[in-house]
Write a protein that binds this ligand. Structure first.
Ligand SMILES: [Zn+2]
Length: 290
């Protein structure tokens, strides 16, 4: 099914791959599972010949791969279904619900109440408003190692720019901003979510790669110094070898100034990104009625 086809029947939601439908007083959520599969979900009363109906769906409908009812959550896994077949299936399900006086209930209190779709950044839930005020959403944990890998990959570009910009001081600001953006979103991309742990880890990743970048810059400074003072060409590895003897307080101090500038831009970028993401509701514990 193409997105446009789905949207002729379902409403799209802020969550990618999730759609909602209110039909004949029944609420459904459609979730794209990838590989042409979809999950059709609802929360209903368990009564009547529901189990037989669920078994029958799998046997008689070629698109239904699996159907279940667990703790009042009704779900149907669909494979390669088209929009017309989906509409027919919905009619069949709704007709069965009506015939057996099965109603939607709240996911949390399991009562017939005024229900609505709620978006909590992790899921789309069918719930009553009272319950949502009491339910505490646990922050989804990000995947630390994957996240750090993402931040590291993100930091390659600013580190490279930092190294090659030794003679161009004004690149420091964009380098700092890039460190902030790429470390944050690199972590979020591979670590699935962003949380407090992710903010600290990605920030530290940026700082560590920044120090590595500065170390490489020191070595190139040695190469330059040999060239300028004694007209001697030394390679990067030779310069690296003599480095320890040449490093002193004043050399370190020059590098430190750059690091502090970048750090300031990195910090400011982080604060701005975190504020924007929070406003957009991309951090957790945000519940929105759809
Ligand atoms: Zn409730």
């Amino acid at each position: 099914m193409k997105k446009k086809e789905i949207e002729t029947l379902f409403k799209k939601t802020p969550k990618k791959g999730f759609y909602t439908l209110e039909k004949d007083g029944y609420l459904f959520v459609l979730e794209s599972l990838g590989l042409f599969k979809y999950g059709l979900l609802s929360v209903i009363e368990e009564k009547g010949p529901l189990n037989e109906f669920i078994d029958r769906l799998v046997i008689h409908n070629q698109y239904v791969e699996r159907s279940y009812i667990i703790n009042n959550e009704f779900g149907v896994v669909l494979n390669r279904i088209d929009i017309n077949a989906l509409e027919l299936l919905l009619d069949e399900i709704i007709a069965f619900f009506k015939d057996n006086h099965i109603e939607n209930i709240c996911l949390h209190c399991h009562q017939r109440k005024d229900l609505a779709f709620f978006y909590n950044d992790v899921n789309i839930e069918i719930s009553c408003e009272e319950c949502l005020q009491e339910v505490e959403y646990k922050e989804h944990s990000s995947h630390l190692l994957r996240g750090i890998l993402g931040a590291l990959i993100g930091c390659i570009i600013p580190t490279f720019l930092f190294i090659i910009s030794r003679h161009i001081g004004y690149l420091i600001a964009p380098v700092g901003i890039l460190y902030g953006l790429l470390a944050y979103y690199g972590y979020k991309k591979l670590g699935y979510y962003m949380d407090k742990k992710g903010i600290c880890a990605s920030f530290l990743t940026a700082v560590v790669t920044m120090f590595l970048g500065q170390s490489v810059r020191y070595v190139y400074d040695v190469v330059d110094a040999f060239q300028a003072n004694w007209k001697i060409k030394v390679s990067f590895s030779e310069a690296l070898g003599v480095m320890p003897g040449l490093i002193n307080g004043s050399v370190l101090a020059v590098g430190l100034v750059y690091l502090i500038y970048i750090l300031v831009f990195l910090l400011v970028t982080y604060v701005i990104v975190i504020v924007i993401e929070k406003r957009k509701g991309y951090h957790f514990n945000v519940i929105e009625k759809l």
